[in-house]
Design a protein around this ligand. Structure first.
Ligand code: SF4
Ligand code: SF4
Length: 293
């Protein structure tokens, strides 16, 4: 049995999707969709471009816009968060140009937009491709951004590469001597580089010496004044229970592995560089890459 549930306005039904899934579970289970029914494209794009879905702007930021494109979006009717229409009106008063792309001449198009583009239903992708075509032919695109953040190659031979940014638990960790109080150590038994938060002076006192020394900016600091350094510690608590780091287990395509460095070299070879990653011969990051076969 396949149960397709979605979001939307379910309040009056007290979330019928959950009730249906409970009922079907009584009959031995069911399968359902993965991802997000209504915004998987945006989720995928955010994850590939920014590495997180926790991105975006608050409605107030519309005041900083010069152009707002309402693509299939009618916040006057759908609400879509508190006061969206109010902020659209304020943005328009502030000089933003608002364009509604939608088959319907909807309430927002009628009251806020300066232009309504009556697209034919189901032709959104064709229109976006046409717009991209015009932009590229006219050279309006930000090529440096595209080269850095989007797929490489020519359709259909395109590819995209990802690089995680943990601490690489270097063989000669330059962060260790950079710390004025010896708060960072490389453990002899296993090579894991750890920080003692009790000994760390905090970023204001030492001016983030460890982060400045590390070629990979692995040491991180919270937003609070005097934050102490934090970084990947190879999930030490899990390691001590004989478990792999969280990132290894969480990677859906099993692209990561971890273990004694010699064993990793035996398993994957000795290639030390990858797209977007330059090996530092000074600190010697403990990582190898296996190119796609
Ligand atoms: S990646 Fe940076 S923080 Fe981690 S061990 Fe190497 S130098 Fe130190
Ligand atoms: S922030 Fe902490 S760990 Fe980093 S160099 Fe300063 S004292 Fe050492």
């Amino acid at each position: 049995m396949f149960l397709a549930t979605g979001g939307g306005y379910l309040a009056s039904l007290h979330n019928g999707g959950l009730a249906a899934s409970r009922l079907l579970a009584q009959f031995g289970g069911y399968v359902t969709h993965y991802g997000n029914i209504s915004s998987e494209g945006a989720v995928w794009a955010s994850l590939t471009q920014y590495g997180s879905v926790m991105v975006g702007h608050s409605r107030e930021d519309m005041l900083n816009s010069r152009m707002i494109l309402l693509w299939g979006w009618d916040p006057a009717r759908m609400i879509s968060g508190t006061n969206t229409r109010y902020h659209l009106i304020k943005a328009k008063e502030n000089g933003a140009r608002i364009i509604a792309v939608d088959p319907r001449y909807h309430d927002t198009a009628a009251t806020v937009a300066q232009e309504w583009i009556p697209i034919r239903p189901g032709t959104d992708t064709a229109m976006m491709i046409a717009m991209a075509n015009v932009m590229i032919k006219a050279g309006l695109q930000d090529q440096a951004f595209l080269d850095k953040y989007t797929e490489k190659g020519t359709f259909p031979e395109v590819s995209v590469s990802f690089l995680i940014g943990p601490c690489w638990h270097c063989l000669e960790p330059v962060c260790v001597p950079a710390c004025p109080v010896g708060a960072i150590t490389k453990r002899e038994a296993d090579g894991i580089v750890v920080v003692d938060p009790a000994a760390c002076l905090g970023n204001e006192v030492c001016d983030e010496k460890c982060r400045k020394a590390c070629p990979y900016q692995a040491p991180q600091f919270g937003p609070q004044p005097g934050a102490r350094m934090g970084k990947c510690n190879y999930c030490l608590d899990r390691f001590q229970q004989g478990k792999l780091p969280n990132c290894i287990e969480a990677c859906p395509v099993r692209a990561l592995d971890a273990g004694p460095f010699g064993k990793l070299e035996e398993r994957y070879g000795t290639i030390r560089e990858a797209e977007g990653f330059k090996v530092s011969t000074r600190t010697r990051p403990a990582v190898v890459f296996k190119p796609k076969g």
